[in-house]
Write a protein that binds this ligand. Structure first.
Ligand SMILES: [Zn+2]
Length: 105
């Protein structure tokens, strides 16, 4: 299986589907399924029934997972879709940098 390069809290842009072009933050990464949950992307409504007296019931909106291959990371610095490059710093710490602007992401 392909290793996922996306992590929680990354900004991504959706490449296909009904949310194409929209950007959002990664809320959850599901490596086994190869899926991610993105804030405000692929939101599904679920009708809930009141469970007890005084409970209102209504519509519950929740993000459904989408395939990680359908999103691309967006650099928070330059705002462009990018692939992260890995760089090892002098102290041996690995950092991810934006290939477009060189910012640490
Ligand atoms: Zn950048």
């Amino acid at each position: 299986m392909k290793k996922m390069s996306i992590r929680k809290d990354d900004m991504v842009v959706v490449l296909s589907g009904k949310d194409k072009g929209k950007q959002g933050k990664i809320l959850e990464v599901m490596p086994k399924e190869g899926k991610v949950v993105v804030e405000k992307i692929n939101v599904v409504s679920r009708h809930t029934k009141p469970r007890k007296q005084g409970d209102q019931g209504g519509i519950l909106k929740k993000e459904a997972p989408i395939y990680a291959c359908k999103v691309q990371r967006v650099c928070p610095k330059c705002g462009k879709p990018t692939r992260a490059a890995h760089k090892v710093q002098a102290d041996g710490k690995k950092v991810r940098i934006c290939k477009k602007c060189g910012a640490e992401i």
